[in-house]
Design a protein around this ligand. Structure first.
Ligand SMILES: Cc1cc2nc3c(=O)[nH]c(=O)nc-3n(C[C@H](O)[C@H](O)[C@H](O)COP(=O)(O)OP(=O)(O)OC[C@H]3O[C@@H](n4cnc5c(N)ncnc54)[C@H](O)[C@@H]3O)c2cc1C
Length: 442
């Protein structure tokens, strides 16, 4: 038995766990077990990586198997961390096609969530760069899946939250880079309309993301810093007369949150003060060469920052809403948060393109993510916000979820039946079950 929770530390429950060290271990577990699900590095916020009866820890499946520098195709076991791929391949001039806001995630976790990065509007999600995967299905066989072979299972596994099988290994295509630096442009957006416009105007840029001050209300509702980025070239670094290493590895994280912070440290005044400083500092620089680490993974520098919300933990609410009426819908959501006084430090706004699998979160539109501390009152507020999302034809991100209702989920994922059929065909129903899948009736 082990105490299990996600990154938000809600819910936190005791569960039976077993570590798998080889594909044979996975096969044995899948032959014998039921009510189980895989767990990568536990960075899903809620209950996605918590098995109903058993959680299979996959971090020990961490070998890199093959790399072809001509095609950029990399084959690794599913427990390999994104940080290991970066450490190994950035110095060789390669970069993962899509990265989330933390590099402390496994390849299996990234596939199961079909993660989106700051380039989703242009390049799609992680699943779009997946060539094939080896999936251990209930019964214990390993099925090799790709766009051509077992394609339904392949697509259902992308974004399938571990509910079609356990991924043993996968082949993905890396992109080439000239340097480890990002040429970053900052656009100061005084309100939500300006932020949406800046994201639209950056459609051709590789990376874009808006950090919203979600305390600001009234005319400043949605005021943001919009960060637009491209991989910097060698010439740009030379022009900046930089003494920095062209493909330099990252400096190590130094900061930490050693204790559970008492809940009063995060009050409205401290959040407001933080946001003011953040916006003033960010507004000062228009263009800069930034190392990829702080650009993509700003919070990884603070060890265990999830403790900042105190013992009861926190929730992330991440929705996506279609482009039509997005301004009105997102304004209403931000206003509710702002008025409630429950808003987090910052919210993140991104533009998304279409998703890859039937259960993939991304859809054409804008995604808004913000953190809230768990309190008795927060659940009712989030239900109200879900209703706005559903009315707008949007959905919530499963890998961030710990509390949405079945109705909200079913309204947001119209291809759910297709996903359930694949699950039935592969014998996963009743066998592969996470707390999330039981809660939502997947
Ligand atoms: C600070 C932070 C920033 C983030 N930013 C983003 C972002 O920008 N974009 C984004 O899309 N996501 C983002 N995420 C979410 C994160 O990328 C996903 O939750 C990711 O799936 C976590 O990977 P993990 O290895 O920790 O997986 P876990 O949390 O352990 O598991 C996540 C899911 O993957 C399944 N899974 C894990 N391993 C396997 C396997 N071998 N086979 C089958 N299924 C498996 C689990 O069953 C579970 O359903 C962020 C998370 C954090 C904490």
């Amino acid at each position: 038995m082990m105490r299990l929770d996600g990154w938000g530390r809600y819910p936190s429950l005791d569960g039976r766990v077993v570590a798998a060290a080889s594909p044979d271990d996975l096969a044995r577990l899948m032959r014998d077990g039921s009510g189980l699900v895989a767990r990568g590095n536990g960075r899903a916020y809620g209950d996605a990586a918590m098995g109903e009866a058993l959680t299979v820890l996959g971090r020990r499946l961490n070998r890199m198997k093959e790399f072809d520098p001509v095609s950029g195709n990399l084959t690794v076991e599913a427990g390999v961390l994104l940080s290991d791929i970066l450490d190994t391949f950035v110095p060789r001039g390669f970069f993962p096609p899509v990265v989330p806001g933390t590099k402390l995630v496994t390849v299996g976790g990234m596939i199961a969530s079909d993660i989106h990065g700051k380039n989703h509007h242009r390049d799609g999600g992680f699943g779009a760069y997946l060539q094939s995967l080896d999936l251990v299905v209930p019964g214990g066989e390993t099925v090799h899946c790709s766009r051509e072979n077992n394609s339904e299972l392949f697509f259902a596994t992308i974004g399938g939250m571990g509910l079609t099988g356990i991924i043993a290994q996968a082949t993905m295509t890396l992109r080439t880079i000239e340097t480890a630096w990002i040429d970053q442009r900052t656009v100061v957006a005084p309100d939500l309309g300006a932020a949406l416009q800046a994201l639209d105007e950056s459609s051709e840029a590789t990376y874009s993301v808006a950090w919203i001050d979600c305390i600001a209300g009234g005319a400043a509702l949605g005021r943001s810093l919009v960060y637009v980025g491209e991989h910097a070239t060698r010439d740009q670094l030379a022009a900046a007369q930089s003494e920095r290493g062209v493909l330099a590895p990252a400096p190590r994280a130094k900061l930490g949150v050693p204790l559970e912070l008492p809940s009063w440290t995060l009050n409205r005044a401290s959040v407001r003060a933080f946001n003011e400083v953040y916006f003033r500092a960010g507004s000062r620089t228009e263009q800069a060469l930034v190392h990829f680490n702080p650009y993509f993974f700003p919070l990884d520098g603070v060890d265990q920052w999830n403790r900042i919300y105190g013992r009861r933990g926190f929730l992330q609410h991440q929705c996506v809403v279609p482009p039509a009426n997005a301004h009105a819908v997102l304004s209403e959501i931000l206003e509710r948060f702002s008025r409630s006084g429950k808003a987090s430090f910052l919210a993140v706004l991104k533009k998304l393109g279409d998703g890859t699998g039937p259960l993939s979160f991304p859809m054409l539109g804008y995604t808004l993510a913000l953190d809230v501390r768990v309190t008795d009152e927060i659940f009712a507020l989030l239900d109200e916000i879900d209703a706005i999302v559903v009315r707008a034809g949007g959905r919530l991100y499963l890998t961030k979820d710990a509390r949405q209702s079945r109705d909200t989920f079913e309204a947001g994922y119209p291809r759910l039946d297709e996903f359930r059929q694949v699950r039935r065909a592969v014998g996963a129903e009743g066998r592969l079950q996470s707390r999330l899948s039981s809660r939502l009736g997947i």
